[in-house]
Design a binder for this molecule. Structure first.
Ligand code: ADP
Ligand code: ADP
Length: 229
């Protein structure tokens, strides 16, 4: 069973400010199996964030088909969105929300019933229990990342996506992230992460896809891929 199925995915950003049209994805086919930790590896500008943001429903694709947990994004947009949680790269948070407040709002957006909300547990798992009532504008970059992970988990998605989770992150936070990824994956969550560090993909991922200039150039188990490099 595949958690994600991508067929012929294309994204062209329209020209703006003198820059020409940009083909960020040139027809990507990719299956991501259920239960894996899957790495999307590639240099800056390869198209990783574009792909992630299309999965998240934040960027509109130009062409192709995306199926998340069996739900075609175009046919069943609500179910497909409910199946995935994304920890974005940007640290954008409403400055006047506290972590607890932001999680409540997020739970509301996803229609999580009050009885099934577990903000305290999530805040503890990401190490934010002491900051639950602090305004986001007072949170450090590391704390914001913790909150972004917490937000991605509020609706207990089947698939968790982390976009460059460790870029510019200290050791403690990196450990927190990896511990959570391993635990969630053990509990059955499919995890997809993007990185431009091969060592990181090697350490964390069962399978890796390499993307370059909008094309998928390789895809294999981590063991096989490394033996070919
Ligand atoms: P990666 O995440 O691998 O660094 P991106 O998906 O961010 O790659 O970018 C892929 C290409 O698309 C890059 O050339 C980038 O400059 C371009 N791009 C990304 N977002 C936009 C946008 N909003 N408008 C125009 N071009 C964009
Ligand atoms: P982003 O656009 O990256 O989600 P925002 O600053 O818009 O960042 O929002 C941060 C969080 O605060 C959102 O996830 C949302 O749950 C919550 N939020 C934003 N605006 C409002 C609002 N007007 N009322 C209630 N909650 C909001």
């Amino acid at each position: 069973q595949n958690a994600i199925e991508i067929r012929g995915l294309r994204k062209t950003y329209a020209a703006s400010k003198g820059a020409p049209d940009k083909e960020a994805l040139k027809g990507v086919d990719l299956d991501i199996p259920q239960g894996s930790v899957f790495g999307l590896l590639g240099p800056n500008g390869a198209g990783k964030s574009t792909l992630i943001n299309i999965l998240a429903g934040l960027v509109v694709k130009t062409a192709g088909q995306v199926t998340i947990w069996g739900f075609d994004q175009d046919v069943n947009p609500r179910q497909s969105r409910a199946s995935i949680g994304v920890m974005p790269q940007e640290l954008n948070l409403d400055p006047f929300f506290t972590p607890r407040g932001a999680l409540e709002v997020q739970a509301g957006l996803y229609g999580v019933p009050k009885s099934q909300r577990h903000s305290d547990e999530i805040l503890r798992l990401v190490g934010l229990e002491d900051k639950a009532e602090a305004y986001a504008r007072t949170l450090s970059g590391g704390m914001r990342r913790r909150l972004l992970l917490a937000k991605a988990l509020v609706h207990t998605p089947h698939v968790l996506v982390l976009d460059e989770p460790t870029a510019g992150v200290d050791i403690e936070l990196r450990q927190m992230l990896w511990e959570n990824v391993r635990r969630l994956n053990r509990e059955g969550m499919t995890v997809i992460l993007t990185t431009h560090y091969l060592e990181e993909a090697e350490e964390m991922c069962d399978e890796i896809a390499i993307i370059n200039q909008g094309d998928l150039v390789a895809r294999d188990s981590t063991v096989n891929l490394l033996s070919r490099l």
